[in-house]
Design a protein around this ligand. Structure first.
Ligand code: B12
Length: 345
């Protein structure tokens, strides 16, 4: 079984979220092949390039063909015409500053930050009123409405993720051919990207089981059975802690077994959405220590120290995740990220 775990935008790109490394460690500990992709970071990385910003300006020129000085061109678009070439020229240098020790030099860091913030504003303009910033994302539509989400998932004119995912992650999924694609959705702000990705996978008819999980999915557990249309895109969703359910899902799909036996799973069984029992399966049962790291208690070497490209001296953060379940998960530490595909912004 091969599982590809994907963390969708938007989340602050300054710190990788722990859901993927945690699930990866557990699955690998049980012999499952896992690829983890921080699609959030990758999205920022792809947008903050000269080529993408030039494409943003081309989009604006196509939308306003009569040029910046003619009437009817919004003020922010006129700003984009004036500042776009400079931002395109500076954006990759600014990103490099953020990824180097120069990040700690206040003056250089501030200048880089302003370029990045304005570059994101320029990149968002063709998709107005959507707005991607470093610490937030406004989708420009009600992301609590499945009807709006499903309509926007296919609409490349107002959804900036469509084109990016189609030429990026979708190609990689087609090449890697995972049996399961697991999409992590901790917050509401990630819903549009998650639904878009699931839509593109189904549109391309890629032969994988698409599941989703994370705190936001858990929060939607009462709504999910009432939105069967979402299950045209997602084959299932996992609520609460994901380790055991994801492993059991992989084993069950491998054995062509009954999905009704997978704990915490919400799934469509022919014409109705079923919610499996989640009462006894809120935490992992162990076995998640990453290979090569046996014996570590987890507090000896913070995983942040192993992240590729981390500026020296950056603090690492320890968390427990018992808050929403009332139980603290023990015995699992996130997969080390040093050689993984998740890197630092
Ligand atoms: C630490 C934390 C932060 C840190 C993150 C640091 C970092 N990069 O890691 C900081 C302070 C940056 C942060 C910011 C925000 N946070 Co916060 N954060 C948390 C917190 C306390 C823990 C997250 C964590 O690391 N969990 C550990 C991982 C391992 O657990 P997990 O994500 O739940 O994953 C497990 C399961 O959910 C499941 N799972 C997860 N993904 C998947 C995928 C699949 C396929 C499957 C099967 C299972 C699965 O399996 C995992 C293992 O059991 C949670 C609350 C909580 N206790 O969960 C809130 C929480 C995620 N944050 C929340 C919010 C709202 C925010 C902000 C939007 C706040 C704000 N208004 O600014 C911002 C986001 C800003 C942004 N957009 O960039 C909300 C999200 C609610 C929602 N539905 O939208 C939460 C749930 C808190 C709450 N109860 O309200 N946050």
């Amino acid at each position: 079984m091969k599982v590809m775990l994907i963390f969708t935008p938007q989340w602050t790109p300054a710190m990788p979220h722990l859901a993927l490394p945690t699930l990866t460690a557990f699955l690998r500990g049980h012999g499952v092949e896992v690829i983890q992709r921080d699609l959030n970071l990758e999205t920022y990385d792809a947008i903050l390039t000269r080529a993408y910003l030039q494409q943003s300006m081309d989009r604006l020129r196509a939308r306003y063909p009569r040029g910046p000085r003619r009437g009817g061109v919004p003020e922010r678009v006129q700003w984009a015409w004036a500042e776009g070439p400079r931002l395109a020229a500076q954006v990759e240098g600014a990103k490099a500053t953020f990824r180097s020790p120069a990040f700690y030099d206040g003056e250089r860091s501030l200048a880089a930050f302003l370029v990045i913030a304005q570059a994101l504003e320029l990149a968002s303009l063709p998709f107005h009123p959507a707005q991607l910033e470093l610490t937030s994302f406004e989708a420009g539509l009600p992301v609590d409405s499945s009807r709006h989400l499903l309509a926007a998932a296919a609409d490349g004119t107002r959804n900036l993720f469509v084109e990016l995912f189609r030429r990026g992650i979708l190609t990689d999924i087609a090449r890697e051919r995972p049996d399961i694609v697991g999409i992590s959705i901790p917050t509401r702000g990630q819903m549009l990207a998650a639904v878009t990705l699931a839509h593109l996978i189904k549109e391309a008819k890629l032969p994988c089981h698409v599941t989703a999980g994370g705190p936001h999915v858990t929060m939607l557990r009462e709504q999910l059975p009432r939105t069967p249309a979402l299950f045209d895109l997602f084959d299932s969703a996992v609520i609460f802690a994901g380790e055991e359910p994801l492993l059991r899902l992989a084993e069950t799909l491998d054995a062509r077994g009954d999905l009704g036996s997978v704990p915490n799973l919400v799934w469509r069984d022919v014409d109705r959405v079923r919610v499996n029992d989640s009462s006894g399966h809120v935490g992992p049962s162990g076995g998640g220590r990453p290979r090569g790291n046996e014996g570590s208690r987890g507090d000896e070497k913070p995983p942040g120290d192993e992240i590729a490209g981390l500026p020296s001296g950056a603090p690492s953060m320890g968390l427990d995740r018992g808050a929403k379940t009332g139980r603290v998960a023990a015995g699992v530490q996130p997969a080390p990220l040093g050689n993984s595909d998740i890197s630092w912004f």
